[in-house]
Ligand binder design. Structure first.
Ligand SMILES: [Zn+2]
Length: 304
């Protein structure tokens, strides 16, 4: 969006930490443990409610199937509902047919739960890259208006080098169109840093983040923040909650994983609160509609 002031968007990849870790470790999908996802969802909803801002929640199918009530609660508070896939698998490890099935099942489940269409998607692990751009075609065929899965910089596990950083309407090989809302990166000392979520957002001190976002806003750059429910929770999270005997991580591995997930996590709540209270926020859908409406002609996205 090239209007002034720049727009920020808070996107939440709505998933349960222990359900995902358990599935990744045992291969079995089980209901989320306890009421953690309730508390974490409420933390986000209350923060948004206090600031009067709306966010986009990308809903993971394997969680939504057990907690449709929470999905309806989020939608009922006026936030946008999008998709985060069914099985939380790296999309670039699936062939086109399997990718379609994962997205179709996610679309059907979520639209059934809320009784309304959904228009956008965030891939697990930002796993849309130059090898599987057909994911965008699948989304367009499901009726989606936008995708927000691409990091416009090549990082260790994801991203596309030199992908345009601005929100853009693309013409797809299947003749349809889609708006891509890339994740925000910040130019810093000749590097592009993914400051708008994840480990960078946790580790960077607040004064540095304030400077980064002030500069992005001054340059009228849109900002896509990406978060997870557990990041708003200052309670300790553990990678070894309820595994069957003998299947847990070793002690040193548990220690390292827990350190990674817990270090500086308690700082996130106030960082996001500050941004919500100081900047103009819109949902992904509002942003995508604006881009589509104000694009004279779509850019061409190459067939992969
Ligand atoms: Zn995820």
């Amino acid at each position: 969006m090239n209007n002034n002031p720049a727009s920020f968007t808070l996107s939440i990849d709505w998933e349960d930490f222990s359900q995902l870790l358990g599935r990744d470790h045992t291969g079995v999908v089980t209901p989320p443990v306890g009421k953690t996802i309730d508390r974490q969802t409420d933390l986000v909803l209350n923060l948004l409610n206090d600031s009067g801002k709306k966010a986009t929640f990308f809903i993971l199918g394997m969680l939504a199937q057990y907690r449709p009530d929470l999905v309806r609660k989020i939608a009922g508070e006026g936030h946008e509902i999008g998709m985060h896939g069914t099985h939380h698998i790296r999309m670039n490890t699936l062939d086109r047919k399997k990718a379609f099935e994962d997205l179709r099942d996610n679309y059907n489940l979520v639209t059934d739960i809320i009784g309304a269409p959904v228009y956008g998607y965030r891939a697990p692990y930002f796993s849309v890259n130059e090898t599987n751009l057909y994911v965008l075609e699948i989304l367009s065929e499901l009726g989606c208006l936008y995708d927000s899965s691409i990091f416009p910089v090549k990082l260790k596990n994801y991203g596309i080098a030199n992908f345009p950083v601005q929100d853009t309407l693309y013409q797809l090989p299947n003749g349809r169109e889609i708006v891509e809302l890339p994740l925000t990166v910040m130019d810093w000392r000749n590097k592009k840093l993914p400051v708008a979520g994840g480990g960078y957002m946790r580790a960077f001190p607040q004064f540095m983040l304030k400077n980064f976002f002030r500069k992005l806003d001054a340059d009228q750059k849109d900002v896509m923040l990406y978060m997870h429910p557990y990041e708003f929770d200052d309670r300790w999270i553990s990678c070894s909650p309820n595994y069957p005997p003998g299947t847990g991580y070793s002690r040193p591995k548990s220690f390292l994983i827990n350190l990674r997930w817990n270090l500086f996590r308690g700082t996130i709540y106030n960082k996001i609160k500050y941004l919500l209270n100081h900047y103009h926020f819109v949902t992904c859908l509002k942003k995508a509609e604006y881009v589509k409406e104000h694009s004279h002609s779509p850019a061409i996205l190459g067939r992969s």
